[in-house]
Design a protein around this ligand. Structure first.
Ligand SMILES: Cc1cc2nc3c(=O)[nH]c(=O)nc-3n(C[C@H](O)[C@H](O)[C@H](O)COP(=O)(O)OP(=O)(O)OC[C@H]3O[C@@H](n4cnc5c(N)ncnc54)[C@H](O)[C@@H]3O)c2cc1C
Length: 468
């Protein structure tokens, strides 16, 4: 599809709509909007970046762009790892970074109403004052709540708390034609017509711009502890997971990791992880009303894991040691990105299939002579695989990569899994969608997109290509 280019007079009109101080065209100002955190996605520059302060201005920008047939790319903090916020058709980047207000914290209904540009870090800090929590933890605290909604972010606490869509009660969204819609409200039950809230969650900025969010909160913080279990082999560790999850209480997080990633993060942080000589680990994060409940749970987990070849698990003996352990886990992504050129795959499989999936992935790694490091959310089957550019030349790696990725997705899908567990499709994975969905499914996705965005101006080229 051909888009119109922004003329000088269009830019002047846009400046009138958003205010001159909220519009940027100079290279130095727009360079940071040409990429996100995806490891290999190409950079594309927008023609202009706008940073509106309110929903009505966003509606005006969209209405203008729709009429002129100019692409608009919504953007939160740019921490996405699938190229979702990259302006691959140039056009207007619509940054939510000035819409950061907490509009309401309602401790009677346990909800917060926030603007979409608020960061997860700032939400958490504010909620602490009210002894309320938003229990999700999608790894990157600088991400915006709008970005979390648009990608249906998951993270480490998903085993117990699910993913973003389970915590959103309502949205204010702006449609590509400039219409403003409120969906949902401060209530949990809702069967009033099609659920537009859930349709927009995970749509990666292709159906609407999210401007306000009604979040479901939990009433109070619980005690939280971490257990690190060193295993004699990766498969022992993974095989223990279904048994742990059979216990009557569910942990908040259940992560697995291999020695390789531990060594990389140790070098990056300059710290040592206890028992780092072991080949594989499980990290269990548990919350409960009292420490006694957690310690009792950890004892049961220890007993299970010993049957799978683990040694006695380690519980950090101070807040600092606990924080360090969790921080090491949080730094996996930046440390590996710093270590080697790599591609990231976040396919998800039923958790009972993780061991078989990892076996097959390791076979492929040997076959292609390319190291693949796996770690991640064992409790929900969302394995993060890093395909490293090591041991072969960069050209060889680039030549082998597409086939290798395709084979990994084939395996995940054959085990009943899906291409992306939490990072979304963006522009980097859309070519693999037909491996998972049949033609009717893809046609339905296109029909939805076309119904909401007939001119295909909103984040075009992400998830699906409307007009091939
Ligand atoms: C170190 C690190 C750790 C991470 N850990 C996790 C993790 O554990 N779990 C996880 O799920 N993700 C994780 N991520 C990925 C990333 O943080 C999430 O995808 C996050 O939700 C993106 O938010 P953002 O504000 O940065 O969005 P952006 O990157 O700016 O945008 C992401 C997508 O959302 C769209 N979008 C953004 N804001 C809006 C809006 N207001 N309205 C409509 N569309 C919008 C964009 O167009 C784009 O398609 C991690 C990333 C990093 C770098």
């Amino acid at each position: 599809m051909k888009y119109n280019k922004l003329s000088k007079s269009d830019i002047n009109d846009l400046a009138t709509l958003v205010g001159k101080h909220n519009l940027f065209t100079e290279n130095i100002d727009i360079e940071g909007y040409s990429y996100d955190e995806s490891p290999l996605a190409e950079r594309y520059y927008p023609k202009v970046v706008v940073k509106p302060n309110d929903s009505v201005t966003i509606a005006r920008v969209l209405s203008f762009a729709n009429e002129k047939k100019i692409p608009v790319i919504p953007r939160g903090a740019g921490t996405g790892v699938s190229g979702g916020a990259i302006p691959i058709h140039n056009g207007i980047v619509l940054s939510l970074e000035k819409m950061t207000r907490i509009l309401e914290i309602d401790d009677k209904n346990f909800v917060a109403v926030v603007e979409a540009g608020l960061t997860l870090a700032n939400l958490r800090t504010e909620l602490e004052k009210y002894n309320l929590v938003y229990p999700l933890y999608p790894g990157e605290l600088n991400a915006t709540i709008g970005g979390n909604v648009a990608t249906n972010a998951g993270g480490m606490n998903a085993v117990k708390y699910g993913v973003t869509r389970h915590h959103i009660l309502g949205l204010e969204i702006v449609l590509p034609n400039g219409g403003i819609i409120q969906s949902g409200g401060k209530y949990v039950k809702n069967t009033t017509a099609y659920d537009l809230t859930q349709l927009v969650i995970g749509s990666e900025g292709t159906l609407a711009v999210v401007t306000k969010i009604i979040l479901k909160l939990s009433s109070h913080k619980q005690t939280r502890e971490v257990l690190l279990l060193p295993f004699t082999g990766l498969h022992n560790a993974i095989d223990a997971v279904p048994e742990i999850l059979k216990l009557p209480i569910t942990p908040v997080g259940l992560e697995f990791m291999e020695k390789d990633i531990i060594n990389i993060v140790e070098n990056y942080m300059g710290w040592e992880m206890p028992h780092h000589e072991y080949p594989a680990f499980l990290m269990i994060i548990m919350e409960a009303e009292t420490p006694e409940v957690i310690m009792d749970y950890f004892q049961q987990v220890n007993a299970i894991c010993r049957e799978f070849g683990a040694i006695e698990g380690l519980i950090p003996d101070s807040e600092r040691a606990k924080r360090r352990l969790l921080q090491m886990r949080e730094k996996f992504y930046p440390s590996i990105k710093n270590y080697a050129k790599m591609e990231l795959i976040d396919a998800v499989v039923p958790r009972s299939e993780i061991a078989r999936y990892m076996n097959k992935v390791k076979e492929l790694s040997r076959l292609y002579n390319i190291p693949i490091i796996g770690y991640g959310h064992a409790g929900d089957g969302n394995v993060h695989l890093h395909i490293l550019c090591l041991g072969v030349t960069e050209i060889e790696w680039q030549n082998k990569l597409p086939e290798l990725i395709k084979k990994i997705y084939q395996i995940a899908i054959s085990f009943g899994g899906a291409i992306s567990g939490e990072h979304g499709i963006g522009c980097t994975k859309k070519k693999y969608l037909p491996m998972q969905f049949n033609e009717d499914y893809i046609r339905t996705l296109k029909a939805i997109k076309k119904a909401l965005d007939p001119n295909n101006i909103l984040n075009p080229g992400k998830i699906i290509d409307l007009y091939d």
